[in-house]
Design a protein around this ligand. Structure first.
Ligand SMILES: Cc1cc2nc3c(=O)[nH]c(=O)nc-3n(C[C@H](O)[C@H](O)[C@H](O)COP(=O)(O)OP(=O)(O)OC[C@H]3O[C@@H](n4cnc5c(N)ncnc54)[C@H](O)[C@@H]3O)c2cc1C
Length: 416
């Protein structure tokens, strides 16, 4: 069923009796060509592109809970392509281009809003670093704009540019960055994948891999064995646990990241703003809530909830640049599990087991990567070759010392 203004009017006039479920609830088949484990944004996007772009007809997504229950429905919804390194920037710019056409591609309103992102600059050294990053972005076909303090005063008059503890000395803006309604991304990809014949199987946990003579033949699940010629794993924060079932130990740790939403306010923030002297980022949802977050909780965990010291740290970051936020009431907060890799960059690669493929290590920046990650993983699964924008995201970069360490933090996952 196509969604359109005409359809909305027709259904309104006929008692809304014609709407169909957005996706089916199929019984798993015994065998598929490709099984994607994980019904998050990346798994569902992979299935959509496998079916739509690469002509794969027998595909299933296996999800242990409900689609959208993981990080795809828990993040702070920011999209951008403001990276520095060659391994990353072309990939994230490819993703931003896919976001720009996503709603037409999916025939679904995902509320893609290119309201812009501003990274605040607080020191001369930071201005140099951000100017370098802006130049790298432009060289890779992205947009970047260095703003002066005067520009910022005009555009964001509520920021404290007078006597803040960390004075605002300018900013790096990416006007094509912004936000997307996160759950709608899961629902839009699921609906489109389903309409191209993909089976989306919820409440079905993968509990093991059937591996014979070094070849993966399928997955053991809570609903029985499901055979597959190829299995692609995209389970984000649960990557280490899942791949341990295939006796793999990943260069990755799982950490908690929290998100926060204030009570609904009248429009006040024109776009996404990030604090450069700490870790704090904030935008305003269309419902009016200020959506914000900061650093990881800092300890390894698989629990989807966080602790109070991180709340205090995030609120301190907020007060440093938005003293007005102190008057707003916090409505809700939650946690998600981050698959933090050793260099802060992801992996989209084959494993040493034939027929078993891996996608993960997205840290806390994987939402913006969803379209490109899905496209690149589908490309790898369908053609057995990495997508041109994802050639650096290989397992062997750790062995060969070709780290993609965007933050320059070294191999300490919780610092990326
Ligand atoms: C608080 C927070 C804020 C964030 N903010 C941003 C942001 O602003 N911008 C940004 O770019 N990124 C952000 N991120 C990161 C981003 O959300 C993640 O990197 C990305 O969503 C991960 O990919 P995914 O959507 O596929 O993960 P998920 O939605 O977590 O999908 C993985 C799925 O795998 C399933 N699964 C796990 N184990 C199994 C199994 N054994 N069998 C079957 N299924 C299984 C899980 O149930 C889950 O549904 C944020 C994350 C959090 C938690």
């Amino acid at each position: 069923m196509r969604y359109s203004a005409f359809r909305v009017i027709k259904e309104a006039l006929t008692g809304h009796k014609g709407w169909k479920p957005a996706w089916r609830d199929p019984v798993p088949a015994a065998q598929y060509d490709i099984v994607v484990v994980g019904g998050g944004g990346h798994g569902l996007a992979t299935a959509h592109y496998l079916a739509k772009e690469f002509g794969q007809a027998r595909v299933a997504v296996i999800e242990k809970g409900w689609i959208g229950g993981g990080n795809v429905g828990r993040n702070t919804t920011i999209i951008r392509s403001n990276y520095l390194l060659d391994g990353n920037e072309p990939f994230y710019e490819f993703s931003l281009k896919l976001w720009e056409n996503l709603e037409q591609d999916l025939n679904y309103n995902a509320m893609v809003s290119q309201r812009g992102i501003l990274n605040l600059i607080h020191s001369d050294g930071q201005r140099d670093a951000f100017t370098r990053r802006g130049n790298a972005m432009i060289l890779n076909g992205a947009d970047a704009d260095i703003l002066s303090t005067e520009d910022i005063k005009k555009r964001y008059p509520f920021l404290n540019t007078d006597d803040a503890r960390f004075p605002i000395k300018g900013g790096l803006a990416q006007h094509r960055g912004g936000t997307v309604r996160h759950d709608a991304v899961a629902w839009g990809y699921a609906r489109s994948a389903d309409s191209h014949g993909v089976d989306i199987i919820q409440n079905c946990e993968v509990t093991g891999f059937r591996i014979e003579d070094g070849v993966c033949k399928g997955v053991e699940t809570t609903r029985g064995f499901i055979g597959a010629k190829k299995v692609g794993c995209a389970v984000a924060g649960n990557s280490s646990r899942l791949m341990a079932l295939a006796n793999m130990r990943l260069p990755m740790e799982s950490h908690v990241l929290q998100a926060f939403v204030s009570e609904g306010l009248k429009p006040v923030l024109p776009g996404v703003i990030t604090f450069g002297a700490g870790h704090f980022y904030c935008s305003q949802s269309d419902k009016g809530g200020l959506v914000f977050g900061g650093d990881l909780d800092g300890y390894n965990s698989y629990a989807q909830r966080g602790n109070l010291p991180a709340v205090e740290d995030v609120c301190e970051g907020a007060m440093a640049i938005f003293p007005m936020l102190g008057r707003a009431r916090l409505l809700r907060m939650w946690g998600g599990i981050m698959d933090m890799s050793m260099d802060g960059s992801p992996i989209i690669d084959k494993t040493h087991i034939d027929g078993l493929y891996f996608n993960g290590g997205w840290c806390y920046g994987g939402f913006k990567a969803t379209p490109a990650s899905g496209f690149a993983f589908a490309h790898l699964l369908a053609k057995d070759e990495p997508h041109p924008t994802a050639t650096a995201y290989r397992f062997d970069r750790f062995e060969k010392g070709r780290m993609i360490d965007e933050k320059g933090m070294g191999n300490q996952p919780n610092l990326h």
